[in-house]
Design a protein around this ligand. Structure first.
Ligand code: TRP
Length: 460
């Protein structure tokens, strides 16, 4: 059983291209900027353990579910639910994803802009001879200055739109296939450098030795949100990429390889960052500035630091770019397929409307600080609501849909490529997405928000 296919559609052309693009989406600032700072704030080892549990038990199955929805319908997230469940409200899940795309891109391009500034600083040897306090002040001055971060953010948005503009084969696939292997190489060099610093072992203990007294409802929800954010799941990015995957690819293997690669890079980023953080006496819970404040200090104090700083920020920019294109692609696929806009118009419209929210987000960090609630500015709110609320809710709807509502013959046909693969894991997978994943997501979500308390309250 299969839905009718559309041969006119742009698509990925090879297995390597599919994996590079999907891993390119998953691997990004989420791994290198967000994972270390969130792990640092939530206790290190215990957080990592729960995080890995969520990747295996919930993340990889949700990823496979998104691929299945996308490839079986060959549609954007809104169109996909409309095809599979006509005359129902399920397509609202697609709209939830599109709203999440706006939220995520707004703060993600802000941080991508910081990355470009730091690449520029690394290039002009701007960290040389600066101590921690100066680097901290400089980061804060820059982050809150309004115009300069805004400029970088919009430059980054233009790069993103340029690649999306070129489409799947000649844009997304072509660039990610070159950029992803390079990224892996650079991060391995950095990790090796970091673990050979004197005093590195304390950082490794922080990352790998769980302290179970640190676990609270908030920590568990943060781990869930981070696992969704890092795998790019819960908002239809992988439904969209799934729609460009050819009928011969093995979706189960793809989901497993991408999840494994993403987790490996997050752990490698931790291995690169925490030993250095401890070796130089920096607090692991320094927050969103961790990478931007502490690493330049470390680079400045290590042999070959100029070179390492440069490649690190090149790496971070590349990783960010292969992720932002995947988020923008969701909005562009929706506009061009559902509203029949034409790819070019759709890209321009999507990028410029996202940029408007992005401006508000960057400016909320400084000149427009009235945009916020309590001590959280718009940037913090967008990050919190998208990762810890929208993605888990989206992921919950996706597994419920595939587990309970998608016709089983279609589901199994798509999993096994019309019976050509054995897909021996199919009943385990079905059991997970029917029972384990939905219950776990709902539980962690409600518990983390403080609806009930098993081990310490919510207070996000
Ligand atoms: N996963 C990416 C990262 O870790 C960010 C990202 C891309 C994303 N697409 C997404 C996050 C979709 C959530 C949903 O940097």
């Amino acid at each position: 059983m299969a839905l009718q296919t559309n041969n006119q559609r742009d698509s990925f052309t090879s297995k390597a291209g599919v994996i590079a693009a999907a891993a390119g989406s998953a691997i990004g600032l989420g791994n290198i900027w967000r994972f270390p700072y969130v792990a640092g704030e939530n206790g290190g080892g215990a957080f990592l353990l729960i995080y890995i549990g969520f990747i295996v038990l919930i993340g990889a199955p949700v990823m496979l579910s998104e691929f299945l929805i996308g490839r079986s319908t060959q549609s954007n997230p809104v169109g996909a639910f409309k095809r599979l469940a006509p005359r129902s409200y399920w397509h609202l899940t697609g709209f939830l994803g599109i709203s999440a795309a706006f939220f995520i891109l707004a703060f993600y391009t802000t941080v991508s802009g910081w990355t470009l500034e730091y690449l520029f600083l690394a290039f002009s040897d701007g960290f040389a001879g600066k101590d921690a306090a100066t680097l901290n002040t400089n980061f804060e001055l820059f982050r809150t200055s309004g115009l300069r971060p805004l400029l970088w953010q919009n430059i980054f948005m233009v790069f993103t739109a340029f690649i999306v503009f070129k489409g799947i084969k000649n844009g997304i696939e072509k660039y990610t296939k070159i950029l992803m292997p390079l990224l892996l190489l650079i991060i391995i060099i950095l990790s090796v450098r970091s673990v050979t610093l004197p005093g590195a072992s304390e950082g490794l203990l922080f990352l790998f030795k769980p302290d179970f007294s640190k676990i609270t409802g908030k920590v568990v929800l943060e781990a869930l949100g981070q696992s969704f954010f890092s795998l790019s799941i819960g908002m239809g990015t992988l439904i969209t990429y799934g729609s460009y995957i050819g009928k011969k690819e093995n979706l189960g293997h793809t989901a497993l390889s991408v999840s494994a690669a993403d987790t490996a890079i997050a752990i490698l980023a931790g291995v690169a960052i925490f030993p250095a953080v401890f070796a130089f006496g920096i607090a692991p819970e320094s927050g969103a500035g961790l990478v931007f404040i502490t690493l330049p200090l470390i680079f400045d104090q290590m042999a070959g630091g100029y070179f390492f700083a440069l490649i690190f920020f090149v790496l971070l920019s590349i990783a960010a770019l292969t992720s932002t294109i995947s988020v923008l692609e969701v909005v562009v696929a929706y506009l061009s397929e559902e509203l029949k806009l034409g790819r070019k118009k759709a890209t321009i419209l999507a990028a410029s409307s996202v940029a408007l929210l992005g401006v508000a987000c960057t400016m909320s960090q400084g000149p427009w600080s009235v945009l916020g609630i309590g001590d959280r500015d718009l940037f913090d709110l967008l990050e919190l609501v998208s990762a810890n609320v929208m993605l888990p809710v989206g992921g919950l709807l996706i597994v419920l849909f595939v587990g309970w509502f998608m016709p089983k013959p279609l589901l199994f046909a798509e999993l096994s490529n019309e019976g050509k693969l054995r897909a021996r894991f199919k009943y385990t997978y079905l059991f997970i997405i029917r029972f384990i994943a939905p219950v776990a997501i709902a539980f962690v979500f409600l518990h983390g928000l403080g609806f009930f308390s098993l081990f310490g309250g919510g207070d996000l």
